[in-house]
Each structure stands twice: as C-alpha cells, then as structure tokens.
Design a protein around this ligand. Sequence first.
Ligand SMILES: *Cc1c(COP(=O)(O)O)cnc(C)c1O
Length: 417
Amino acid sequence: MPVTHTLEGPLSVDVLGRQDPELAEILLGELERQSTTLQLIAAENFTSPVVLAALGSPLANKYAEGYPGARHHGGCEIVDVAERIAVERAKALFGADHANVQSHSGSSAVLAAYAALLRPGDTVLAMGLPHGGHLTHGSPANFSGRWFDFVGYGVDPESGLIDHEQVRSLARTHRPKAIVCGSISYPRHIDYAAFREVADEVGAYLIADAAHPIGLVAGGAAPSPVPYADVVCATTHKVLRGPRGGMLLCGSELAERVDRAVFPFTQGGAQMHTIAAKAVAFGEAATPAFTAYAHQVVANARVLAQGLAAEGLAVTTGGTDTHLLTVDPAPLGVDGRTARGRLAAAGMVLDTCALPHPDVRGLRLGTAALTTQGMGEAETARIAVLFATALRDESAGRGVREEVRDLTGRFPPYPAH
Ligand SMILES: *Cc1c(COP(=O)(O)O)cnc(C)c1O
C-alpha cells in the first residue's frame, strides 16, 4: 500500500501552540516539571518518543469494537493488523499462549480477570490493602470489595515478607474461588510456585496481578508468573514503559473467556492508538537494550535501598529484589506525610504507602524512571544522600533542589534533538 500521507507538520506541539496556547502551555509546563524534578513514583516511567507518536496518531480516531477479523465497525483492516502485531509481540515476549491487549488500564484488566473466572459473591483471597494490596483486591470503595467476598493475607510484621503459612491456612479455612498474588508495594520477588501450590490444594484459580513487575519480567530481571498463574493481569505503563493501559495473559483454554470478559462484558471499543503504542513498547521490550535497562533498574533500586539504610531510614525487608522499595522515615524524626512534603519541595516526587506495621505511613520509591533517563549506581547513591539531607533538615531543601535540577539537567528524559 503506497503511503501518501506523512505525519510531519500538522501533528505537533507547535500546532497546538498556535491553535490553543492555553493547553500548549500546560503540555510544555508538565514536560518541564517531569524534566527538572526526580520521578521516584514507583509506578511511573518515561515512554519513548515512538510510543508517544503512536499515542498521538490518527489511530485515536478509529472505532473498533470486537477483535481483529471480527469487528462491529467497518474500516478496521489496518488497525486489525496493529492489534495482531501487539498480541503476537506480547505472546512472544512473555511466552504466553494468549494475550489480550485491549484493557484500558491495570484495574480494567483485573476486573476482566474476575469477570472471566468468578461470579458475584465468590470468595477471593488477596493481599490485604493495609499490607500492599491494590484497590481492586477488595477495597470497600472499589467494585471488588462490593461484589466479591475478599479475605486478606498479609506480610510478617517483623520480616515484611509474605506469610505463606497464613496464605495456606486462610485458603484452607475460606476455600476461595481465586487467589490473587501481586501488590502495589511489595519489594521482593513473588513466589508464584508457592501460591500455585496452595491454589491447587484448595482448587482455586490463581490470578497474578503483575502490574508492577511485568516490565522486569519482560527484561528477564524478575521471575515470570506466566507458567504458574491461570490469568496474569498487568499494566503496560509502569516498568514496562509503554502507554498507559492494561493487558491479560493466559493459557489457550481460558482465552475465549478472558476475551469475552474484556469485550463485550466490561469494555466497549478498543483504543487503537493505545494498542499500537503497546505494540511499539513490546517491540522495544524485546531488545537487548531493554534487558540491560531492566537489570539496571534493579541494581539502582538495591543501591538506593543500601544508601537509605546507611542514612538511617528503616528499609522494609532490608532491601529489594525489584524496582521498588518502601521505607519508614521515622528514625530521621519525620512521618511519611511530612517527608513527602519536604521531598517535594526539594524536587523529589514520590508516594506515601502502607507499611507492615499498621497505622504507619511510609514512603514508596521506584527507580524505573531515573534509570530510563540514564542514571546509574553513582547517581542513585547520590540521590540517597540528597533524600536523607532533605528529610533531616527542612532548610537544606533549597540546596538539594538545586542539585536535583543539575542532576536531571544532565539526564534529560527527552533530550532536545
Ligand atoms: C498499578 C496497579 C493496578 C492498576 O493499574 P491502573 O492502570 O492504575 O488501573 C492494579 N494492580 C496493581 C497491583 C497495581 O500496582
């Protein structure tokens, strides 16, 4: 097919600036914020300009309910190919029999996994929210808590590690229809084989919510849930570094149930620009450069954990296997919320989070974004020092802010070409 249209010219911030200066200023202001502060939010990253190009493409215009070759709308011949490429790349990347790439978000993927395997009122065993479970793991404010009967397991308060004995005894007592493994803040590898064993013992499905570690899995830096879980739910925008969205992986026997659970059960039209961007991200994740990035993310997180421990912060589980870690800043004389404010003033952006000790808010940090920027162990070690400096002494914040500005200036997420 001869391509007669090009994307140059009409589709740029330049045009936005001329047509809608008010919004252009917002886009550029946010780029400036992301480029001059440190993004330590464990769920965030910088997608490539290629992913951004796909997101800003005319595929955003296309309605495509259904699946490739079986759409409810005309004119899907070309976007069908985009979705087939995304599915094939995801299957190859994760060694899965089946991939569904239509979920609009990680939460939508979890909703679809439940819809595929459960009926309202079923019992589900998942990590309790105070221990690091996600909203979709039974929060009373979420559909999950309203429509299912959730039982929560936790981490050992001393070690911070998942208490597999508790998982087993709760499973024996409550006989859940499904067990969910996955967390928003667990810094260690998940032992999928251990969860599989318990699920088999009580006849439960195993759902792995790998929203966070799936990018490390893609880069070979974390164990894969695919051989163990009946259904894997994930996001595409965290360590995986793709567009904001979700996906599901499963064996061929559940493929049709999972597909129907996404469309038509919980979603309408697929977002073809996002699916094309997912395909781009899966392609990027299959490269040696991505493997190196994934391992560097973990190496940086380990250095950050060591550095913060050396500065006196209490690091949950004593360290990390992944891109994220959680810390209690109390030994430096500040609580989590105060700490987040001081760090923000010093140009370090991060979240508070639950810690194994109930009622204590800690801090959750991740190294995916700064690693994407090109920072390594030397920079990460320095960040740990700056972090503690800003926490200890509010008046040091200004000096730290300047050093953060200098550091981020040397590692721009989107270098000007
Ligand atoms: C991020 C996350 C989600 C939800 O992703 P959204 O895209 O924000 O809906 C679900 N589960 C876990 C464990 C997560 O970390």
